[in-house]
Design a protein around this ligand. Structure first.
Ligand code: XMP
Length: 506
């Protein structure tokens, strides 16, 4: 295992993902809160940071248990931190280096740079620079502006680099990480989807024994993979509940329920649409909608699970980014929207929690799902928010508006599929606007609803750009929507990126 110490860099998760791509398991811990027993770790990576090491309030953890005792790679801030406290000098640089640079010197005989050529492009992002190396430092690389772009400490397996190997623009970044982890630190590359499944199944069996587990399925990738994994571990002792909140996509409830049954899961579909729509009536405020749906979901789920006897565990599809977020250096980041399905159910349920996916990134969840034989169509589904269509109906929600939006959304999504565009888009959907506009159909003047279509590219939903869908496609879809969906006479396409907009409109 590899331990990544996070100093608050925006790139820390990226380091973890690159390491995992090498089939090496790694975990991120905040610099001020890491395990005291490090015996299960084979190497440590220090991340970058927005701080200057010279600042009073910068992270200055005690690394005496790590440095010199196990292989260590210090990246950016990490490299400066090492230099600053071990006899070197860090100072503001005359030239702030941001972006691409090229390695103008490489100490070629070092295993650290195996397979890396002179001039290799690296990604820099720092304003301080390492003026002189720490005691016993040996320079390994330079760029035009940064003399000490990489160094190691003589007599230790300690390496440091000023640039960011985890960033895609560092052409040989992955090779450098591999050189350090595999050739130098000799970490085994045994973290594969199959190995994960085997290990987690054993762990779940051990933890759960013969007890019963209840799990809320949503139709999404995470809860589905969690269910199939648990099913493999404990079979019929897993009870799944799939709640229809009346705000799902058209036909979604029935078709997903069918698929789950086809996968051998023990699943109960609960149609609570009427109750959700009743409770939502008259509510326009987005946060109140989310809270209402969250509350009703818990009430429905709670009373359903009380019908099952002797349930001891609640399973959740929490994934690693949620886990890191909640313990990160920066703390849970400011709530922009309260995503109700992150954070779990209240403790009145008195159930112990199991989270089989809590160590996986999204793409790893998909790979594990594929190993488990879940269909590519299910694994490739776009993300869909827990509050469903409620946050895509601007203003108050009525059954009629839900119907209109379901029809529009259906035409759009099916259109993306038939035109081979669905897999090129990260997320897509339609939004029902709270305005009417004038139109003309035949000789009649109409005064009907406007819908917006949204399709974005993203990797994690944190940032996103609108997809440049072909005009031809937009034309066909717009015609089909206006012709087929009663109550809509205008279609617009959202061309805003995130930031400053968000993916959802509410
Ligand atoms: P935003 O609108 O914040 O969306 O750019 C980012 C991603 O999060 C999804 N989203 C939600 N998911 N409950 C959820 O489960 C919510 O309340 C919620 N709000 C937004 C959104 O669909 C996108 O994938």
């Amino acid at each position: 295992n590899v331990l990544i110490l996070d100093f608050g860099s925006q790139y820390t998760q990226l380091i973890a993902r690159r390491v995992r791509e090498l089939n090496i398991f790694c975990e991120i811990f905040p610099y001020n809160h890491f395990p005291s027993d490090l015996s299960s770790y084979k190497a440590v990576i220090l991340s970058g940071s927005p701080f200057s090491v010279r600042a009073e309030d910068a992270p200055h953890p005690d690394l005496s248990q790590i440095r010199g005792k196990m292989p260590m790679l210090a990246v950016c801030y990490g490299a400066q931190y090492l230099a600053h406290f071990a006899g070197g000098e860090v100072a503001p640089s005359n030239i702030r280096e941001y972006g691409r640079a090229n390695l103008s010197f490489i100490k070629g005989e070092e295993a650290f740079f195996d397979g890396v050529n002179l001039n290799s492009q690296v990604w820099m992002s720092h304003s301080d620079t390492i003026k002189s190396l720490p005691t016993n430092g040996v320079r390994l690389a330079s760029t035009k502006d940064v003399e000490n772009a990489a160094y190691r400490i003589d007599g230790e397996t300690t390496y440091a680099i000023q640039f960011h190997p985890e960033v895609y623009h560092s052409t040989d970044g992955k090779q450098i990480l591999e050189n350090f982890l595999v050739k130098i630190a000799e970490v085994p590359q045994n973290f594969t989807p199959n190995a994960f499944v085997e290990e987690i199944v054993a762990e779940m069996q051990e933890k759960i024994g013969n007890d019963k587990v209840v799990l809320g399925l949503s139709g999404g990738v995470d809860s589905t993979v969690a269910a199939v994994l648990l099913h493999k571990a404990i079979g019929k002792n897993l009870y799944c509940i799939f709640v229809n909140n009346g705000l799902l996509r058209k036909n979604e409830f029935d078709s997903v329920l069918e698929q789950y049954k086809g996968m051998g899961l023990n699943v109960k579909g609960v149609d609570a649409s009427a109750r959700f729509l009743d409770e939502l009536a008259g509510i326009s405020d987005p946060e109140t909608k989310r809270k209402t749906i969250g509350r009703v979901f818990i009430e429905v789920f709670d009373s359903e699970s009380h019908l099952l006897e002797g349930v001891k565990f609640l399973a959740q599809g929490t994934i690693y980014p949620d886990v890191i977020e909640s313990v990160s250096v920066k703390g849970p980041s400011a709530t922009i929207k309260s995503h109700h399905n992150v954070g779990g159910l209240p403790d009145f349920m008195k159930l112990k929690i199991v989270e089989p996916l809590r160590m996986l990134f999204k793409d790893e969840v998909r790979r594990v799902g594929a190993t488990l034989g879940i269909s590519p169509a299910l694994l490739g589904r776009h993300p869909f928010p827990g509050p469903g269509l409620s946050i895509r109906i601007l203003g108050d929600i009525t059954p009629e508006k839900v119907r209109i939006l379901q029809e529009v959304d259906y035409i759009f999504i099916e259109g993306l599929k038939t035109h081979g565009l669905y897999d090129k888009v990260w997320q897509a959907g339609a939004i029902l606007l709270p305005v009417n506009s004038v139109g003309v159909m035949g000789d009649e003047r109409t005064y009907e609803k406007v819908v917006a279509l949204r399709a974005v590219e993203s990797t994690d939903g944190m940032t996103a750009d609108w997809v440049h869908l072909p005009y031809e496609f937009l034309m066909l879809i717009s015609n089909e929507i206006i012709n087929k969906v009663k109550g809509v006479n205008r279609v617009v396409y959202d061309i805003s990126s995130k930031p400053p907009a968000t993916i959802e409109w509410e």
